[in-house]
Structure formats: C-alpha cells, structure tokens
Design a protein around this ligand. Structure first.
Ligand code: GCU
Length: 343
C-alpha cells in the first residue's frame, strides 16, 4: 500500500514535472540558465551522490551562469522518456542504462552482450579506454545526444520471489523482468526463461502482484528499490556488466564555449570517479542489509552453463556489426590481461 502511494505520488510528480518542463528548455532563473539532469535512482544511490558532486563543481566554477538541478527517482519520467527529453533538449542530461541506448544506436549492443567481460577489472579498464568507448559514445550525435561518461552498475544476476536459480533449467517457465532491449530479450530466451520487458519503476509492483516471478539486476535493486522485500533468492550467475551512461544534449554541449566545455569535461570525470568510489561500499551495504534485514539468500551457482547458453550471441552480434570487431577484440585483450579480479 505504502509503495502504491509512493508510485502514485511519483507518477503525479512526474506528470507535474512534464508540465513544468514543457516549453521551458534552457529556462533561466535570475539570469542563470537551469541545467536539468534526470536519473531513476534514489537519493542514497552512488549515481545521485556523484551527480550532486557535479552540481557543486559546476556551480563553484560557473555558478554565475548556470544553476544545475538534479532530479532523482524518475521525477522527470522513465529512463526511456528521459533519453527522449535529452534528445530533444527539453532537459540537458540524463543517466540511461546502456541497455536502452541500443534502441537508439546499434553500436551500444556491444556492451549489453552477456559475459562480455571476464572480470570487473577488465570491465573498468575497457570502459576507461577511449579508443573503445569513443566510437560508441559519439554514435548518437546525429540523433541529438552523446555519452559524456559511464557509471558502474555492477554485475547483473537473477533474483526470484520463491524459486532458487541454480542452473538455466531453473528459469524454465518463469517470467523474468528484463530491461527493454532486444539483447536482453534474446538472452532470456536462450537461458530458457520468459522475458517480460518493462521500465525499472514498474518492477516492484509487478513482483509484488506476481505478474512476474523475478528480475535481474545488481544488489542495490534489492534494498534501494525494495525488491528484496519480495524476492528471497539472489543467484550470482553474473550474466552481464552493463554500464549506466550519462548522456547530454548535443546542441547544449556544442553551444558551450571552449573554456566552459573544459570545465564540464572535468565535471564528467568527477561524476565517474565519485560514483566509482561510492559503488563498492554501496554493494557491500546492500548485500548485508538484504541478507540480514530482508532475509534474502545469496546463491553462488556454477556460471559455466549460463555462459554456454548465451555464447552464440557474441558471434551473432559480430556478424551483424562487423565494424565493431576491432572494439570487441580490444575488450578481449583486456579479458586476457585481467581474467579475474585480484582479491
Ligand atoms: C540498474 C541500472 C539502471 C537501470 C536498472 C534497470 O539499476 O543502474 O540504470 O535502469 O538497472 O534494470 O532498469
């Protein structure tokens, strides 16, 4: 009930935000331009903490000109809606999961592949390498937005209301929420479950009302989004490391002077750093809370059968996008260098 009221309040706030935003792109208060940044996480989340650091940084350097406002918790709409608002310039920035961006540019499909990275170290090294991310991050410029930095969103794993997932066979017959992307739907079908794509904000209610049997995400979804109140098994099959991406409206970014752009670039770097510093501890705390307060049981199945089931997706993606082969190969080189995480 409490959650329903919260959902209703959020929907109303979101509708109000849309009305407020309509027709006021680039609006000004006391002569300063308002820069709006939307995301779908709570105010405790590392992403929000990092964006507040960005707000403070930009205002400390360019506060006479810009007023940065961060809108958490889908206040400006679902991620899909926020990407479109960023694309048209109704808002300046938003955080979107790389999953969703694949429907705006095929190039993003690469980072959505299951078992693309062999370790978190390889994942971080690849995402920090501009020769890997650059061509992908710039590929949506024509569409009106570009990626300015990436954010850690950990490892995605399955969690279910009442059925422990130990092997892919356990997923058979289960309706599992996935993000709205063709790659995620295909992954789910290769693993034998039934994919139910929906926006992040709808997952709690769908779990509670048993429209779905489970979902897949990092550990913070259990605590921050309350999914661990309903789902009692979290299974480390480690199927994806999908980054979140901070995207900005291209016209806004191109309109900055060279000096301003340098300051914004420093700010984007800060978002990446602060978010990463906060991430590790946030995951530890979420795990602890899920286990001890929500009664979630963590399982550590053999990941090989999951990986084998998804393996054809790599060759399929490369056959469809041969231009991504050199980037894929560069990622494999990081996998060879960092096959596992040092303890
Ligand atoms: C993670 C990710 C979000 C995404 C969500 C989802 O929480 O950080 O960007 O929206 O997963 O599953 O939709």
């Amino acid at each position: 009930m409490k959650k329903n009221i919260r959902a209703l309040a959020l929907a109303l706030a979101s509708a109000m935000a849309m009305v407020l935003l309509a027709g006021c792109a680039g609006s000004q208060t006391d002569g300063r331009m308002i820069i709006r940044i939307g995301h779908n996480q709570s105010t405790n989340h590392p992403t929000h903490i990092a964006l507040v650091a960005f707000e403070e940084f930009i205002e400390s350097k360019l506060g006479d000109k810009y007023d940065v406002e961060v809108f958490p918790s889908e206040l400006l709409g679902s991620q899909n809606e926020m990407v479109q608002l960023t694309q048209t310039g109704a808002i300046n920035f938003c955080v979107a999961s790389n999953s969703l961006l694949e429907t705006f540019s095929d190039n993003y499909t690469l980072f959505n592949l299951p078992y693309l990275f062999d370790s978190s170290t390889a994942y971080h090294a690849a995402m920090d390498d501009e020769s890997i991310t650059g061509p992908i991050f710039e590929s949506t410029k024509q569409a009106g937005f570009e990626a300015v930095t990436w954010l850690d969103a950990g490892t995605r794993n399955f969690y279910t209301v009442d059925k422990p997932i130990e092997t892919p066979a356990d997923l058979k017959g289960l309706k599992i929420r996935v993000q709205q992307s063709p790659t995620n739907v295909e992954m789910m079908s290769l693993l034998g479950g039934s994919a139910t794509p929906m926006g992040f904000g709808d997952v709690y209610t769908a779990l509670q009302s048993k429209i779905i049997d489970g979902a897949e995400n990092n550990e913070l979804a259990l605590t921050d989004n309350g999914h661990g109140d309903v789902c009692k098994y979290y299974s480390y099959d480690m199927h994806q490391m999908i980054p979140d991406i901070l995207i900005g409206n291209t016209a806004f970014l191109d309109g900055l002077s060279e000096e301003e752009r340098a300051i914004f670039d420093e700010g984007f770097e800060l978002v990446n750093q602060v978010q990463r510093e906060e991430w590790g501890q946030a995951v530890e705390e979420a795990k602890d809370r899920a286990q001890n307060e929500q009664g979630v049981q963590f399982l550590y199945p053999d990941t090989a059968p999951f990986q084998e089931a998804c393996a054809p997706m790599h060759q399929e993606m490369l056959a469809a996008h041969p231009d991504l082969q050199p980037i894929y190969d560069a990622i494999q080189a990081y996998n060879e260098q960092y096959p596992s995480d040092a303890e």
